[in-house]
Design a protein around this ligand. Sequence first.
Ligand SMILES: Cc1cc2nc3c(=O)[nH]c(=O)nc-3n(C[C@H](O)[C@H](O)[C@H](O)COP(=O)(O)OP(=O)(O)OC[C@H]3O[C@@H](n4cnc5c(N)ncnc54)[C@H](O)[C@@H]3O)c2cc1C
Length: 278
Amino acid sequence: MIPVAFDYEKVKTVEEAIAALSGDDLKILAGGHSLIPAMKLRLSRPGKLIDIGGITALKDIKEEDGEIVIGAGATHADIMYHNLIRTHLPFFTEGAATIGDMQVRNWGTIGGSLAHADPAADWPAMVLAADATIEMQGVKGRRNIKATEFFTGLFATVLEPNELITAVRIAIPPDGTKSTYQKFAQPASRFALAACAVMRFPDGRTNIAFTGVGDHAFRDTGAEQAISGKAIDDASVEAAMLAALQNVDVMSDHYASEPYRRHLSKVYLKKALMAVKS
Ligand SMILES: Cc1cc2nc3c(=O)[nH]c(=O)nc-3n(C[C@H](O)[C@H](O)[C@H](O)COP(=O)(O)OP(=O)(O)OC[C@H]3O[C@@H](n4cnc5c(N)ncnc54)[C@H](O)[C@@H]3O)c2cc1C
């Protein structure tokens, strides 16, 4: 399992990365824990890798103007162990701890996970439930886009080929907000066979996102409408489970059939709602 030959350039700043990305047949290399396996399997054959792993500015996790800003180069472990995250977004701490194994968590980055858009990856559901904004920069300049508009299909996003994710921004939730990430993991890879992220605000608004279920992670507006503003009890949870996954093309593969995955997703929605119950 050896990739085809490729050129390699290591950059130290975002500006250097943008300049390097102006060519053709390039791929950004971050933690390498999705890209390198894909290259070894010859599913990806870039002519050149631009390694952004040395850009220290992309690793920052900070509070800025009422938002938590997570640099795209922060690893799963950086996020998992960060106090700001534990305080304001405890479900990110919980969810990061479920990603792969220690080696994957120490190398893989949030930016790489979002850009790769694996249908079973964990960060997409968490950033959707947090109503995050994704910050990007490319040869044409900067732009910000809501996570709800970022994922477009199987391994597909709105990112342009020569564009870099620089950060994920999340408004600091009001005191009393509860959040959880509930995942049924594939026992070997730890990717989600079905997982549900929920953020419940003190006024009852409830954001619900799934991953591992369809061809990309998504917010479930049907389930959100069924539970938002209502007390979480047996009847409202039942209503949310009934309303969930309407018009969703649920995946079927050798790990889980479509009916089994649909059932599992609703069970994990129930677990998530019970976890944020006051
Ligand atoms: C054994 C194993 C188990 C795993 N288990 C899980 C799991 O349980 N849950 C889970 O969610 N993931 C899992 N993963 C995937 C892991 O989290 C990856 O690290 C992650 O998906 C990609 O991040 P990366 O930094 O390694 O990106 P890379 O592999 O370096 O890049 C992935 C893709 O994103 C692009 N890219 C990277 N950074 C940027 C950026 N800043 N801007 C634009 N494009 C960028 C690259 O060009 C490439 O196309 C697992 C991986 C392995 C090998």
